[in-house]
Write a protein that binds this ligand. Sequence first.
Ligand code: KG4
Length: 365
Amino acid sequence: MLTLGIETSCDDTAAAVLKDNDILLSSVLSSQDQIHTRFGGVVPELASRKHLEAIVPIVQEALDRASVTLKEIDLIAVTQGPGLIGSLLVGFCYAKAISYVTRIPYIGIDHMVGHLLAVFLEEDKPEFPYIALIVSGGTSSIYLAQSHTSFSLLGRTRDDAAGEAFDKVAKLLGLPYPGGPRVSAEARAGNSAAIKFPRAWLGRSLSFHGGHVSSNLGTPDTGPSLASASDTMVADESLDFSFSGLKTAVLNHCNQSRQKDIPLQIPDICASFQEAIVDVLVEKTLHAARQHNIQTIVLGGGVSANPRLRESMLDRCQQEKKILFVPRPSFCTDNGAMIAMAGFYYARKSAPGSYDQDVYSRSQI
Ligand code: KG4
């Protein structure tokens, strides 16, 4: 079975051809980073226009590189949501149009499911159930995955997504979009303990001592709590995230330094900010695994390309005897291959898409 995957949820136009559920014949992507970088973020109207220009050649390139023609495709899988509505519409309408003309069935895929299944593009595949941390520019969520088509949302961000926080902090430090890779590159030369930025644990429950969490459930919930990395921390049983306070703390640090005429130590700020985000992502994911007695952890989404997150998650998983699966960086960021993979499994569960279906902006899982 040959599946053509199409992804246009944000600012990357991507397509891929997947044979069955394991042989990736092609995966191509047209990035719009150059266009959006001067605005410090994605401009939705520009993104949709660029998708319109790129969609036909990108899909053709995916077919060419796979050495197949459209007629040989058995299923078209396309991102239906969540994402920027204008961007989604380009890929979704294109997929429906070629499906209508060629009579190849199409199926709409939730972008989050794509990220949750991207790990199956790798040779080393996890067993179900697993806990997945999906962190990107639009989401920071923890899921319990029970099968290729069954997922429960355990926690999500209450404000900024982790990638959004990376991008916004990069912008206020004068670093170009997309900010995540630039912040993590600067962080390599910095000291992560230089500035004690807060971690939002959101309430009661876990004591955090120098990188290890010990259970202290039952403390009254006193609302969002912020503590520095060196302090004993309290964390909620909640698996939700909040990164807006951390972003404000970075802004305050920069403003105070400027008022005192102290030059900004960009690498130290980046390393300390990154460590604050990574601590929370890692500990909440492990907390979810303990709560549900799960041995396997999977990472996905653009932020999981972050080397410090991968390293820290691996260290903590080894300490807690959990098995970690992380797709290669190009499968962590948006791509058509993960949409094709999700299409393969959802086509077995759901009827093909009908032509009156529409895109959506909020995840359905
Ligand atoms: O999954 P993705 O490609 O697109 C969606 O948001 O769906 O993720 C993009 C996000 C951006 O916010 C980008 O800054 C972040 O992932 N990102 C990173 C890194 N690489 C990409 N964040 C931190 N460190 C990285 N190395």
